[in-house]
Design a protein around this ligand. Structure first.
Ligand SMILES: CC(C)(COP(=O)(O)OP(=O)(O)OC[C@H]1O[C@@H](n2cnc3c(N)ncnc32)[C@H](O)[C@@H]1OP(=O)(O)O)[C@@H](O)C(=O)NCCC(=O)NCCS
Length: 167
């Protein structure tokens, strides 16, 4: 872990390339132990670029992506936006930390900012989905106050997924 502590800021549209690369790397490396080999090998970086270019360009007052930076480089991300099961709940997605920097508190700083945003914007609560086998992330969410509400054994494209709720 570099000596400089991470800073957290709101992502701008210009950050799309760095965010796309970060999440692509995290999916490739950190998801390998529990995602299918086929899923990992069939992803397309260009699709990540398009998705994040559009997401960051269309962000609004209730739809914000935070990034963590060390030495000017984006090393973590999280997005909070409307999209929970009710119109009053936020959805948390895109929580990723650079694979060789996990476990050093970067995710905790991003989560703290995301939780502040959920409260500041007046959302009633929050929701998120995570691959059931991603036990590290599940521990992380539980440590930050999220509680398991639903298990979906058939999940998405056959991958078991679980949902967590805040509030
Ligand atoms: C989940 C994640 C965002 C947490 O960020 P982080 O910076 O590693 O977390 P912190 O250092 O603030 O907190 C550490 C806690 O996170 C959890 N954790 C999850 N994955 C971890 C990993 N690969 N390495 C270390 N800790 C991890 C553990 O609960 C750990 O606490 P513990 O050591 O007491 O068990 C990050 O590990 C990550 O990007 N993982 C891969 C991508 C992912 O699974 N994203 C969630 C998609 S739903």
């Amino acid at each position: 872990m570099p000596e400089e502590s991470p800073t957290i800021r709101i992502a701008t549209p210009d950050d799309y390339e760095s965010v796309a690369q970060l999440i692509f790397r995290s999916h490739t490396i950190s998801f390998a132990p529990f995602a299918s080999e086929e899923w990992v090998s069939t992803r397309d970086l260009e699709a990540y670029r398009s998705r994040w270019q559009e997401t960051l360009a269309n962000a609004g007052a209730d739809d914000t992506t935070y990034v963590a930076l060390i030495d000017g480089e984006i090393v973590g991300s999280v997005r909070v936006a409307p999209g929970g099961s009710t119109e009053f709940d936020a959805q948390l997605t895109g929580m990723h930390v650079e694979p060789d920097l996990t476990g050093h508190g970067v995710g905790g700083l991003l989560m703290a900012r995301a939780l502040e945003f959920i409260s500041e914007r007046g959302f009633e609560g929050g929701e998120l989905g995570v691959i059931a086998g991603n036990t590290g992330a599940r521990r992380f969410y539980e440590a930050h106050g999220w509680t398991l509400v639903r298990e979906m054994p058939n999940g998405i494209e056959g991958v078991p997924v679980v949902n967590y709720k805040l509030g």
